[in-house]
Design a protein around this ligand. Structure first.
Ligand SMILES: NC(=O)C1=CN([C@@H]2O[C@H](COP(=O)(O)OP(=O)(O)OC[C@H]3O[C@@H](n4cnc5c(N)ncnc54)[C@H](O)[C@@H]3O)[C@@H](O)[C@H]2O)[C@@H](O)CC1
Ligand SMILES: [K+]
Length: 463
């Protein structure tokens, strides 16, 4: 399942160099970028007056091309530049603009504004006065567009190097960059459009795409569709949420391995009493088990540790979440059965003790490599990383998901999809997508239980 490719600044430069080596001049790429952006702006804003803010590099060059092409279509265009143009292509684009260039610090507001100050070449935050003026002009415009990236964001991490306003549209050029999907940068625009400029962008990192799911075959039965076990612990509610999500994930059967008397909450879920370690061990001895979930409500005491040890020893593909991740602690890189999925949020990820720095994509990728498991590093932007380097990034999930129990639902859902397909990377991607879709369908102020109710409709939408 691959969506749009996501390239770092260095990878984008390499792709650009490859295009240039194949015979497309750099200036031609700039003309294509400007033309693609101008078309998007024309469709949105038509002949409303427009102010283009141009920086000193090639992002500014794109801005001059946009200005020229829209003026030729009858748009009243003004250009304000932040100093002189410094690259060969941007000098050429500036020379081809046959209108005046105002100083940036004196530019008056307009109905439409184009931010072509900085793109992938930004190396430090904007000066305060520049960032303030960009924010003020953008806030006063009815239509606002960021060319390639909102000026002030770090391309590879999505961090803000200086404060930036909210744009209506971000026009990514050639391919997506990490800042288009990682927060906080990914929250700086309402709509994202990726303009094709003829650069071949192939990479292992993609935006999470909508999954293609399949119906069960007529020959299928409950075990062939995937048997999931959910290991209960001291807080039974969390385990029950995971079990109920697994039961609505498309899997064939769910067993709830209860640490206490409580039943699983759905009659279709088979509750197995597994209070003692030996009961738990024997309930995990079943070759038909396709995925085992541990962590939601497991607890963190000695008993929980022993239950986790029994789970790690069972050899079935696991989905480890919540307390299981905390208990794993810095021993996370060892002893995880092949084909497993770990679903930490940032706090749990830090407790796994990898001591990784850098952007979310590289940290998740390195953790996947070290554990030989699929890592779902959760958040407003969730990064799904496989040990072989494949990555899918999901952004734009409902902020209402930040409520108790939604992580337990994701863990159960991931286990269900893992039991269905046996492929941990696609299972994790499907689970993240379905979770986001269920949240979209649930609307506002929902409880985690409501997400589970939306899962069948979310699945039906992808069959
Ligand atoms: N990579 C590609 O394939 C293409 C890139 N294009 C455009 O080129 C852009 C990248 O161009 P550049 O590499 O020239 O980079 P930018 O235009 O993003 O900016 C680089 C310039 O800004 C200066 N600078 C960096 N941070 C600054 C700060 N905080 N304050 C003041 N000056 C600062 C640098 O010294 C350099 O002169 C892309 O974002 C895109 O808009 C397009 O023209 C077409 C194709
Ligand atoms: K920009």
């Amino acid at each position: 399942m691959s969506g749009l490719a996501i390239l770092t600044a260095a990878q984008m430069r390499a792709a650009e160099q490859a295009a240039i080596a194949s015979g497309i001049p750099e200036y031609e790429l700039m003309e294509r970028a400007g033309a693609a952006a101008a078309e998007i702006i024309w469709r949105a804003g038509a002949k409303r007056d427009l102010l283009v803010l141009c920086g000193p590099g090639n992002n500014g060059g794109d801005g001059f091309v946009i200005a020229r092409l829209l003026r030729a279509r009858g748009v009243p265009v003004r250009v304000a530049a932040l100093g002189e143009s410094r690259t060969e292509s941007s000098l050429k684009a500036r020379a081809a603009w046959n209108g005046p260039v105002e100083p940036f610090d004196q530019a008056a507001p307009a109905t439409q504004i184009v931010d072509a100050l900085f793109g992938t070449g930004l190396s430090r935050g904007l000066e305060d006065a520049v960032a303030d003026r960009l924010s003020s002009l953008t806030a006063q415009a009815s239509f606002s567009y960021a060319v390639d990236l909102p000026s002030g964001v770090d391309t590879d991490s999505g961090a803000l190097l200086s404060h930036a306003p909210l744009f209506g549209v971000c026009i990514a050029l050639g391919s997506l960059k990490p800042a288009h999907v990682l927060h906080p940068a990914a929250g700086l625009f309402r709509r994202l459009v990726c303009a094709d400029i003829g650069i071949v962008a192939s990479d292992q990192v993609h935006r999470l795409s909508t999954p293609h799911l399949t119906r069960p075959l007529t020959s299928d039965h409950k075990y062939s569709r995937g048997l999931v076990a959910v290991v209960g612990g001291s807080m039974a509610g969390a385990g029950r949420l995971a079990a109920r999500a697994a039961a609505r994930s498309g899997a064939g059967m769910v067993r709830y391995l209860a640490a206490a008397e409580a039943a699983a909450g759905l009659d279709a879920i088979v509750t197995v009493q597994a209070k003692t370690i030996s009961e738990l061990e024997s309930s995990l001895v079943d070759g038909r088990l396709a995925a085992v979930v541990a962590g939601p409500g497991l607890g963190s005491d000695e008993r929980a540790k022993e239950r986790l040890a029994a789970v790690l020893a069972c050899g079935h593909p696991l989905v480890l979440d919540a307390d299981a991740l905390t208990l794993l602690g810095s021993g996370a890189a060892e002893g995880i059965p092949p084909g497993s999925i770990l679903t930490p949020h940032e706090g749990e990820f830090a407790r796994l003790g990898f001591n990784l720095r850098g952007d979310k994509i590289s940290r998740a990728t390195e953790a996947a490599r070290r554990t030989d498991a699929v890592i779902v590093l959760k958040g407003a932007d969730s990064v799904v990383a496989a040990p072989d380097g494949r990555v899918a990034v999901s952004s734009g999930a409902s902020p209402w998901l930040s409520t108790a129990g939604t992580g337990d639902v994701l863990a159960g859902l991931a286990a269900g999809r893992l039991a269905v397909s046996g492929d941990p990377f696609s299972a994790a991607c499907e689970a993240v997508w379905l979770h986001g879709e269920a949240a979209r369908r649930a609307g506002e102020a929902f409880a985690a239980d409501d997400l589970i109710a939306e899962l069948p409709a979310a699945i039906a939408s992808r069959l």
